[in-house]
Design a protein. Structure first.
Length: 238
């Protein structure tokens, strides 16, 4: 079964052996990506190599590799002669992200249902159960709980995983991360929590019934519902 990956399934153009220490590059990539998606690094924040070297304890070469990979994923931009910065958030980018996510998820979901089996069903049910037992908001911080966040990603991935296409899963992950970033930033700006348990339940029921039309409708509704909530606070974060 194909697994989600942080790099494209095709061979990467950069030879890891030439990086000196690919483990450090991967560490920098993972840490910076986590901070950007979580909203800990605000849109437009300069990503200066000197500061990152101190804060992460990682050298310039692996940092440049990490920032180049993040640029390819649309989370970082090259800011002219001033180096790198966290990619800004805009209404246009959000709309494009949401629409493309709907389309890619529909393709992956359709393929997954064509190839569905009991193991696929079991993973969906197990991940839905785990997600249902997690509290979405951490009472200590008022932000999205890391435990819920992890379970939420696992649940959605288990649905599309059955498509058995590395490229579809790669693009699905890019778009999921982009949409998740907007939601996380919106939460830090006071976006009210939206209880989407019923939406998740609708998706599960349609999938187990092998009702493709209802599953696609439930998927679209779920993604668009989050978009509508984020839209209410977007002017405050752009």
């Amino acid at each position: 079964m194909a697994k989600a990956s942080s790099t494209a399934p095709a061979s990467r153009a950069t030879d890891n052996a030439s990086l000196g220490n690919p483990t450090l590059a991967e560490t920098a990539f993972t840490e910076l990506k986590k901070k950007i998606i979580a909203g800990q690094l605000a849109p437009g924040t300069p990503l200066r190599l000197e500061g990152l070297k101190v804060s992460l304890g990682i050298g310039f070469t692996p940092l440049r590799e990490a920032l180049t990979r993040l640029t390819g994923e649309g989370l970082v931009e090259v800011n002219g002669q001033r180096g790198f910065r966290v990619a800004p958030v805009t209404l246009e980018k959000l709309q494009d992200t949401i629409q493309r996510r709907i389309e890619i998820e529909a393709l992956a979901l359709t393929r997954a249902m064509e190839r569905s089996n009991e193991d696929w069903e079991a993973r969906i049910i197990a991940n839905f159960h785990r997600l249902s037992r997690r509290k979405a908001i951490d009472p200590d911080t008022g932000l999205v709980s890391p435990a819920w966040d992890s379970a939420h990603r696992d649940f959605h991935f288990s649905i599309v995983e059955g498509c058995d296409s590395e490229w579809l899963l790669y693009f699905w992950q890019l778009l999921f991360d982009q949409a998740h970033r907007y939601r996380q930033i919106a939460v830090t700006h006071g976006m009210p929590y939206r209880d989407d348990h019923t939406e998740h339940q609708r998706m599960v029921d349609a999938l187990l019934d092998r009702n493709l039309e209802e599953a696609l409708a439930a998927s679209r509704n779920h993604i668009e519902s989050t978009y509508k909530v984020v839209l209410k606070v977007l002017p405050e974060i752009t």
